[in-house]
Design a protein around this ligand. Structure first.
Ligand code: ZN
Length: 704
């Protein structure tokens, strides 16, 4: 007998049966027959160790030798993903990314399995080695343990080099069975999966029923056979394919691909194709994403393994390339986490904040604690009722949670302090102006309109991104100008002498020029934004838009309507109730408000809606953040271009940053162009910009 040939035959058969059993769940032979083949191979490998293959199925039983885990470089960089915690945020991210891509893109949504991340490297059809994620550039070689996992193909029908990313996990039921039989318990399935991969004896790793799902393939450039490929280094062998085709190819090669897949695109043909490739997937338009995400969160316990969120990815490889990556994360993918992280801390003190409308917010000052990548020192306490509900006092041990970028919240008291028993009570007076705090509804208020804190907050609100968007006037700069007495109310922003800043620390010539430019740019903000920026209670952007859309499209018309002193004039407008109507009458008849408006009008702010604004132009630029640089033939001054962007729902900002999606570059664009190119931002010249604007100008002319 040719023992070598016999061993190769046995190894091939055993691998085939393992695949049929573990991956396809379609076994062709029984356990006894399988064991007979395996025993024969083991016997032969003992007699002829020189013929044994490193990928022999016998490796699946593992060895009693100690494994060391040498470090190896990853051939593809393994980036981590940015995270969000709320379905609305994910929906917004999707729309923003689709807008930045500028064409009809598709997104795949996959389960984020709570296991151990792995990268499998193949060459000439054989598994060469398997690396943990490590630091993204170097991983630990855990090949011996990964070879014991029957769902990992040791041989594949793909001669060139290939890298495959996946997640190794253990089912909850298997975890419980395993834990009940061992003295040293694991905290959760993920710890057991990760611990098994790092078990020094692969025979022990082999006893843990590990599973794998793969989710990215990095196919090489066909000619060179090197890893200049994949979504992280786009182009190469993945070029021209999309993510779904890559998953499909991985499936053909014998890898386990998670069938629970969502596909979202506004392109119907793309949705049809996704369903052909993945019949069990969900395919729907982009608008359906939030609902899908909520549902997946609700049914997460229905799968037999732990998932801690979802991963959303752009499927088109060329779009991935266009969007590029930040220093840490790809811009074409986002993780959505089901649970916001929690941590334990101590309430050191409570700070009383007063908002522009006088509302008091207690803020917890906490013993610094690390929570999802940042150090938390403050958390919101909402109001006195919330504090009473928690029965919270200074010195208590508390649990805090964090959701995305929102400021952290105190969730519950874990242990009452013995030093300061009792519940914290808000002071009776405003800490800034000493006027008494009055309770209205759930909140306390400082009713003094001259309160310095209220005025400072009103300035911050006026300059904020959502209102006048004066980027250079952040909280710190405003506090400085306010303390100096140079800027006390919004009209001062347009009249104070910026050259006064020249002698001040931290204000170099360049910075002063930027402050001037961004104040000037803010004069182009449309009427609806100006109206909201006034900060009158009850007149946020939505109400401002409603007034304009219903013919009250200049400040004079609104003031005239208020002077009728009949709330029904305003309440006749859809979306405005009696309470808001009465507030509007109050705001727009108050002499000091009318004076404020007159001063801002004199400064050059827009107090009448553009014809187009009142018609609510389309949202074709929604989610886009533009920076304008250089000079233009048609748009003189440049703020005219800014108006076109804002009328279509886009945002204009002064400086190129990672948030910028588009750069409008005129002649002599300067350093902003270079920076935008470096960040991979979409660069648009004047004629292209005009084309985009015209394409989206099929205006509905509403007869008035
Ligand atoms: Zn006050």
């Amino acid at each position: 007998m040719d023992y070598r040939k016999r061993m190769e035959f046995l190894a091939g058969e055993l691998l085939r049966h393992q695949h049929l059993y573990h991956v396809l769940t379609r076994p062709e032979i029984g356990d006894a027959e399988y064991d007979r083949l395996l025993d024969e191979l083991l016997l032969l490998e003992k007699r002829f160790p020189q013929f044994a293959s490193p990928n022999s199925p016998s490796r699946r039983i593992g060895s009693d030798l100690d494994n060391a885990f040498p470090e190896r470089p990853h051939a593809v960089p393994v980036l981590s993903l940015d995270k969000l915690y709320r379905p609305e945020e994910l929906g917004q991210w999707l729309l923003k990314t689709a807008a930045a891509a500028g064409s009809s893109v598709g997104f795949a949504i996959e389960e984020k399995i709570d296991g151990a991340s792995i990268v499998l490297y193949y060459d000439r059809g054989e598994l060469q080695y398997a690396l943990t994620r490590g630091n993204g550039l170097l991983g630990n070689d855990v090949s011996d343990n990964v070879r014991t996992i029957s769902q990992v193909p040791l041989r594949i029908d793909e001669p060139s080099r290939l890298a495959v990313r996946g997640e190794i996990y253990i089912k909850r039921g298997d975890f419980e069975r395993y834990n009940s039989g061992v003295a040293e318990k694991y905290a959760n399935p993920r710890n057991l999966a990760a611990g098994s991969l790092r078990n020094l004896k692969s025979a022990l790793a082999a006893r843990v029923p590990l599973n794998i799902f793969v989710y990215e393939g990095f196919f090489p450039v066909p000619s060179s056979g090197t890893f200049r490929a994949g979504p992280d280094i786009p182009g190469g062998g993945n070029a021209g394919r999309d993510h779904l085709e890559i998953l499909q190819r991985l499936r053909e090669l014998g890898f386990r691909v998670n069938p629970h897949l969502g596909f979202f695109s506004d392109d119907e043909a793309k949705r049809r194709r996704a369903l052909q490739l993945f019949p069990d997937s969900t395919a729907a338009p982009l608008a359906a994403v939030e609902e899908y995400v909520r549902r997946q969160a609700a049914i997460r316990a229905e799968v037999p393994y732990d998932i801690d969120g979802l991963v959303v990815k752009v499927v088109e490889m060329d779009v991935r390339q266009e969007l590029g990556t930040t220093a840490h994360h790809p811009r074409w993918a986002m993780a959505y986490k089901f649970d916001s992280p929690q941590a334990q801390s101590e309430l050191l003190d409570v700070q009383v904040q007063v908002g522009r409308n006088g509302r008091v917010t207690p803020v917890a000052l906490l013993r610094p604690v690390a929570l999802s990548g940042s150090t938390v020192t403050r958390a919101t306490l909402h109001n006195q009722d919330y504090i009473d509900m928690l029965e919270l006092g200074i010195g208590d041990e508390v649990s805090i949670s964090k959701r995305g970028d929102v400021i952290p919240a105190v969730e519950e008291v874990l242990e009452k302090s013995e030093r300061h028993p009792g519940i914290y009570k808000l002071p009776g007076q405003c800490p800034f102006c000493r006027s008494p705090l009055l309770k209205e509804g759930a909140h306390h208020f400082c009713k003094n309109e001259a309160c310095p804190e209220r005025r400072r907050r009103a300035l911050i609100y006026f300059c904020a991104k959502e209102q006048m968007d004066i980027e250079t006037l952040g909280e710190k700069t405003i506090a400085f100008l306010f303390a100096k007495g140079w800027v006390q109310s919004p009209p001062d922003i347009y009249s104070f002498d910026a050259s006064l800043l020249a002698g001040e620390e931290g204000f170099k010539e360049k910075k002063i020029a930027r402050i001037r430019a961004s104040i000037e740019l803010s004069k182009s903000r449309p009427f609806a934004r100006v109206l909201a920026a006034l900060g009158f209670e009850g007149v946020a952007a939505a109400v401002a838009g409603d007034l304009i859309a219903h013919g009250l499209d200049t400040i004079d018309k609104i003031i005239a309507a208020a002077q009728k002193n009949d709330w029904q004039v305003f309440a006749a407008i859809e979306g405005i109730g009696e309470t808001t109507a009465r507030l509007l009458i109050g705001h727009f008849s108050k002499p000091e408000n009318l004076q404020l408006i007159a001063r801002l009008k004199a400064a050059g702010l827009k107090f009448a809606a553009e014809k187009t604004e009142s018609e609510r132009l389309n949202d074709s630029f929604a989610g886009q953040v533009w920076v304008i640089t250089g000079s233009f033939a048609k748009f003189i001054p440049r703020s005219l271009a800014a108006e076109e962007i804002e009328k279509r729902g886009g945002r204009v900002s002064e400086n190129v940053s990672s948030r910028t999606t588009h750069l409008l570059a005129g002649t002599s664009p300067g350093s902003k162009l270079a920076k935008a190119q470096k960040l991979g931002i979409v660069i648009v010249d004047e004629s292209e910009f005009l084309a985009r604007v015209h394409k989206n100008s099929s205006l509905r002319f509403v007869a008035k």
